[in-house]
Design a protein around this ligand. Structure first.
Ligand code: HEM
Ligand SMILES: *[C@@H]1O[C@H](CO)[C@@H](O)[C@H](O)[C@H]1NC(C)=O
Ligand SMILES: *[C@@H]1O[C@H](CO)[C@@H](O)[C@H](O)[C@H]1NC(C)=O
Ligand SMILES: *[C@@H]1O[C@H](CO)[C@@H](O)[C@H](O)[C@H]1NC(C)=O
Ligand SMILES: *[C@@H]1O[C@H](CO)[C@@H](O)[C@H](O)[C@H]1NC(C)=O
Ligand SMILES: *[C@@H]1O[C@H](CO)[C@@H](O)[C@H](O)[C@H]1NC(C)=O
Ligand SMILES: *[C@@H]1O[C@H](CO)[C@@H](O)[C@H](O)[C@H]1NC(C)=O
Ligand SMILES: [Mg+2]
Length: 257
């Protein structure tokens, strides 16, 4: 395993996240109705991809995803990271991306830690920290998002002896917070209506009927960067014990560097 510098790791992740949402998806609700997944449809730990599948922007069965399919949404680099999570070198499913240590991490906003239970499906108890945050307002923002991350991490620190909490996980978590604020709200201010965010997480649905519209401002590294920075500062984060690690495939060991 070659040495991977922090900077290159961060850059890769930043680009992966920017690529995920750069590249626009035109929302035509009639062409893309929300349909709940059936018993044979695969879903995973990411509310964003699950939502895209529920609206048919990516295959509704959650299978046969590959770089080309994700590229249609402009999601190139994150798709390449996901290819590491499957044994099939050309395609992955929404279920494959649950591989712990690839992108999936502890102290998630809406899923239980891997070592403690179900790290894939939405859990209302876990989500209640975010749902009940910023009680004095009807929006979530970068301040509340940072506080939610701090509280979710404290919960994992208290309960999960297997917690992994390095700057890799911290960065991904902060990017995911910037994501829900940007996609459900204003990517420049990081302010998002609470009901939109709650529908996104709980139902994995675009809240079009409630008045949500895709942001006029493209979400890219230029908009995400400042939000990630503010959220990070508000979360009062300190690294846990342990070193950097990554898992390259389901049959591969954890590699530390
Ligand atoms: C529309 C674009 C996307 C949005 C809005 C989005 C949003 C999010 C959010 C908010 C979370 C945090 C969930 C939580 O902490 O409970 C998350 C988790 C995740 N996302 Fe995405 N995402 C998007 C695209 C992608 C892509 C393209 C990939 C990879 C191919 C991906 C892989 C993951 C994984 C593996 C997790 C689980 C991390 C964890 O919480 O442990 N996402 N995503
Ligand atoms: C990706 O999947 C689509 C749909 O199944 C297929 O048409 C395409 O050839 C695949 N691309 C690659 C690179 O495997
Ligand atoms: C938790 O950590 C212990 C001790 O390192 C290890 O034996 C066990 O397999 C881990 N459990 C999970 C679910 O990772
Ligand atoms: C949701 O998470 C809570 C807290 O970890 C746990 O007690 C509960 O069993 C989980 N619910 C499901 C359905 O997994
Ligand atoms: C977020 O909302 C709370 C409650 O209205 C407010 O105190 C805080 O200053 C806001 N944060 C930002 C960055 O606007
Ligand atoms: C992000 O999008 C804005 C508006 O289209 C553009 O001006 C800016 O250069 C983009 N930034 C990156 C890093 O792509
Ligand atoms: C931030 O973290 C430091 C060090 O762990 C702690 O002393 C301080 O009380 C924390 N502040 C808040 C607002 O949680
Ligand atoms: Mg997780």
């Amino acid at each position: 395993m070659p040495f991977i510098s922090l900077l290159s790791l961060f850059t890769t992740v930043v680009l992966a996240y920017a690529a995920k949402v750069d590249g626009s998806i035109n929302i035509n609700p009639d062409a893309h109705p929300w349909i709940a997944p059936g018993p044979n449809d695969l879903r995973g730990p990411c509310p964003g991809l699950n939502t895209l599948a529920n609206h048919g922007f990516i295959p509704r069965d959650g299978r046969g995803l590959n770089v080309s399919v994700i590229l249609d949404g402009g999601f190139t680099l994150a798709a390449k990271v996901s290819l590491l999570a499957t044994n099939d070198p050309l395609s992955f499913t929404l279920d494959d991306i649950k591989l712990h240590g690839n992108i999936e991490h502890d102290a998630s906003l809406s899923r239980v830690d891997f070592a403690l239970g179900d790290n894939v499906h939405f859990n209302e108890t876990i989500f209640s920290t975010l749902a009940n945050s910023n009680p004095e307002a009807d929006v979530y923002n970068t301040t509340s998002a940072g506080h939610v991350q701090q509280a979710r991490l404290a919960d994992s620190e208290a309960k999960n002896p297997n917690l992994t909490n390095t700057d890799k996980e911290f960065f991904i978590r902060s990017a995911e917070s910037a994501f829900y604020l940007s996609v459900m709200g204003n990517p420049l201010t990081g302010v998002a209506p609470k009901n939109f965010v709650q529908i996104f997480f709980r139902e994995e649905r675009l809240p079009i009927a409630e008045g949500w519209q895709r942001s006029e401002t493209p979400i890219n590294a230029s908009t995400l960067g400042p939000l990630i920075g503010t959220i990070s500062r508000q979360s009062n984060w300190t690294a846990g014990e342990g070193c950097h690690w990554v898992r390259l495939g389901p049959n591969d060991p954890i590699v530390r560097f």
